[in-house]
Design a protein around this ligand. Structure first.
Ligand code: HEC
Length: 307
């Protein structure tokens, strides 16, 4: 029994004498091999999961998207006479705009065979064909197409182009084929509908960042005005205005803020503001019962602190 037990255990000495027997341990090798592969690939995965590879993306951290500074003004009105009689420059400007905005669909020569139009149904309009137009081929119909688009048929609106640019494109477009003559009546009608001869007012525009800076500077300015005014009040406690102010004000900052922002405010305006809502302007509601002449004393005194 004792002997049997010992034989069941591994006899390493004998194993070393005939190493071939080690192949009986096949599953152990197999396990180690898989483990080694596992570790190897596991490590290879780390650079991927940590995204250590160099990514060739553009560094956008320094790119600022903001409005450009633009002086406002009037977008020039359309010279109505030129619509009947376009100049060479207008037509060549029109060609440039056509190439940039329309050619991709309507094609180089207006045949409706541009690459971007291939997949469209209906196909972009062939400007040389006379039949089948939705709005029509007269100048006012063409202008309407650019103003509103024909969305149901896949033609976009180009209302962001200025009216005179739109006419330039149309002048060029009209060189592709024989188009109906432009009449005074059509021009008058367009002028009434779109106010072409009035021009459009475009406001000034500054970058948001600059606007914020401006506001901050203004706020700083207001803040220092209030601070200085407080100092002056501190130094002139014995003036009648100061005494009244002390009696009726509940929030001196609020009182002074209005004057710091609007130094030009008139007494009448101030009086009506206070009467309606004394607390919003830093006063005790009982100020309503103060005589007008006392109110004026306070008013004059507050103004004098703002210099
Ligand atoms: C995305 C492609 C595309 C672009 C870009 C495009 N169009 Fe069109 N256009 C169309 C399609 C589609 C139609 C509709 C064709 C139809 O109704 O048979 C159309 C129709 C028209 C018509 C005919 C309107 C009518 O009464 O039937 C005019 C004029 C026109 N386009 C002018 C222009 C001009 C000018 C530009 C450039 C400022 C332009 N298009 C840019 C696709 C385009």
């Amino acid at each position: 029994m004792e002997k049997q037990k010992i034989r069941d255990e591994i006899d390493f000495k004998e194993l070393l004498r005939s190493p071939l027997r080690l192949y009986g341990w096949f599953f152990v090798y197999f396990f180690l091999l898989i483990l080694a592969f596992g570790i190897f690939f596991g490590h290879k995965l780390i650079p991927i999961s940590y995204n250590e590879q160099n990514v060739s993306a553009t560094d956008l951290t320094n790119v600022k998207l903001d409005l450009v500074e633009k002086k406002g003004g009037i977008i020039p009105a359309v010279d109505l006479g030129s619509v009947i009689n376009p100049s060479k420059e207008m037509i060549s400007n029109g060609k440039e705009l056509y190439d940039a905005n329309c050619k991709s669909c309507h094609g180089d020569n207006g045949l409706g065979d541009g690459p971007a139009g291939m997949m469209l149904n209906p196909k972009p309009r062939n400007f040389k064909l006379i039949d089948g137009w939705t709005n029509g081929r007269t100048i006012d119909a063409l202008y309407k197409t650019l103003q509103e688009g024909i969305l149901s048929r896949g033609m976009a609106a180009y209302e962001y182009l200025s009216p005179s640019d739109r006419f330039d494109i149309l002048h060029y477009l009209r060189t592709f084929a024989e188009y109906p003559e432009v009449t005074d009546e059509q021009i008058n009608q367009m002028n009434t509908a779109y106010n072409l001869s009035a021009g459009t007012i475009q406001p000034n525009q500054i970058p948001v960042e600059k606007a914020v800076e401006k506001v901050l500077i203004e706020q700083k300015d207001i803040f220092s005005k209030v601070k200085n005014a407080k100092k002056r009040i501190e130094q002139s406690r014995n003036l009648p205005g100061a005494a009244l102010l002390q009696t009726y004000s509940i929030d001196l900052d609020k009182v002074l803020y209005l004057f710091a922002v609007n130094n030009m405010i008139t007494f009448d305006k101030y009086y009506s503001l206070l009467k309606n809502d004394p607390q919003s302007f830093g006063f005790n509601p009982s100020i309503i019962r103060v005589s007008v002449s006392d109110l004026r004393t306070i008013f004059d005194y507050l103004k004098s602190t703002m210099i």
